[in-house]
Design a protein around this ligand. Structure first.
Ligand SMILES: CC(C)(COP(=O)(O)OP(=O)(O)OC[C@H]1O[C@@H](n2cnc3c(N)ncnc32)[C@H](O)[C@@H]1OP(=O)(O)O)[C@@H](O)C(=O)NCCC(=O)NCCS
Length: 379
């Protein structure tokens, strides 16, 4: 066997790109977007401003933010013909499959889908960012047998999504909570779906293919799909008093507990800290204290049992309670992650296009050599 060194399994620790978007210190639990601590952004910024920051590597002036926001709002409505595509889908489809398929089909409504100079790519990314919430909300209403609620361009990204979903404008508290979730999920280094985006666009394929691939990556239960896993787990625990025994059972069986552990963080994910306060407040406001209490006990038991191994809550743990309190159905949790992460995927795609080199690593062959070809009749 050759002595070629293999990359670590799962490419752990391998630096495969440079970025100016997010900085993560997994030991200290630090996350910054363009140098600004995530907590500062979740306290003071909006999702629209955060996307501008990620794409331009600076905060916008007021007129720039207004222009960016207006430009995004113009893209809320779907291209003619797309609405009919949504309403012809099977009502049993999973929203992540719907989002992936329809984001891909947006390419067919673009007169120049393959243009991928940085300006064209940014324009297409804005299209996808504007259309994606409408796809999800239209599909959810279609499957519930309700009339579609068309976007309202006087509303922010967060307000408009909840409006299209529920048919009424959200309260300020709900809209702000959702906006904060969008800020917190927008970017996170070279996670699996972001890497997917970069790998696809590095072939000079098109923006739609790159984002479609990323959505496929995100839905996996080890990535963005974990938030749905957290909610299922919380629902399986009958009462707060059962939470400790339930988790201890899982730990003893060596089950993976969704919403815990991270390839990069070996302490509490700073996004989990922000989401925890949000989840606590929303749970009180919406009578879901029991749900929050179960989560809190799980966190305490996990810290006691597995804290020494560096397994702490990640972004998905408290986002489950938060989304539930906002009134979102379980299978919309991962699509919510996707809506926000489109901002991050697109930013990485722009960075990749600005200084592209085709991703093409090697696989180390570990199989046999010089084998005979055995005739079918002799096998
Ligand atoms: C995120 C994740 C895939 C990171 O995985 P990774 O870096 O490959 O880490 P590993 O799966 O190799 O885990 C290392 C050790 O910690 C344990 N571990 C990791 N996450 C765990 C979890 N959520 N629950 C229980 N044990 C866990 C593993 O069993 C392993 O133990 P071992 O050394 O005794 O075999 C993993 O922590 C996980 O599956 N978490 C649950 C899913 C989740 O919440 N994903 C969202 C991430 S934002």
């Amino acid at each position: 066997m050759s002595a070629v060194a293999s990359a670590p399994k799962g490419l752990e620790g391998v630096v495969a790109a440079e970025t100016e978007m997010s900085f993560i210190d997994g030991q200290k639990g630090i996350l910054e977007y363009v140098g600004i601590p995530i907590g500062e952004l979740s306290s003071n910024s909006t999702f629209e401003e955060t996307v501008f920051l990620l794409w331009n590597k600076r905060l916008p002036k007021q007129n720039e933010l207004d222009e960016f926001t207006q430009n995004l709002r113009k893209r809320y409505e779907l291209p003619k013909g797309m609405e009919q595509r949504v309403t012809s889908l099977p009502k049993t489809a999973e929203p992540m499959h719907v989002l992936r398929t329809l984001v891909s089909s947006l390419a067919m409504y673009d007169s120049d889908p393959n243009a991928n100079d940085v300006d064209a790519a940014q324009d297409k990314a804005l299209n996808i960012l504007g259309h994606a919430p409408t796809i999800v909300a239209y599909f959810d209403r279609h499957r519930r047998g309700l009339d579609l609620v068309h976007p309202d361009t006087s509303l922010s990204f967060a307000e408009n999504f909840l409006y299209m979903l529920n048919g009424e404008k959200p309260t300020e508290t709900m809209a702000r909570a959702f906006d904060i979730c969008m800020i917190l999920h927008a970017d996170h280094g070279l996670n699996n779906s972001t890497f997917t985006t970069r790998v696809i666009i590095s072939t000079l394929s098109d923006v739609y293919s790159a984002i479609t691939g990323a959505i496929g990556s995100l839905r996996g239960p080890l990535h963005g799909g974990a938030n749905e896993g957290v909610m299922k787990m919380l629902n399986e625990i009958p009462t707060v008093d059962d939470a400790e025994a339930y988790i201890m059972g899982k730990i003893q069986r060596k089950d993976k507990i969704m919403g815990f552990g991270h390839r990069v963080y070996k302490t509490k994910d700073p996004r989990a800290t922000d989401l925890q306060s949000l989840a606590k407040k929303l749970a009180e406001d919406t009578g879901n204290q029991e749900l929050y209490a179960k989560s809190h006990i799980i966190e305490q038991v996990m810290e006691r049992e597995l804290g020494a191994k560096g397994i702490y809550p990640n972004v998905d743990f408290y986002s489950a309670t938060t989304y539930h309190c906002i009134g979102l159905k379980l299978d919309l949790f991962t699509p919510m992650f996707a809506l926000s992460r489109i901002g991050g995927w697109a930013g990485h795609m722009l960075e990749q296009l600005a200084d592209n080199r085709l991703y093409r690593p090697k696989a180390q062959y570990v199989g046999a050599h010089d084998q005979p070809y055995v005739a079918m009749s002799d096998r």
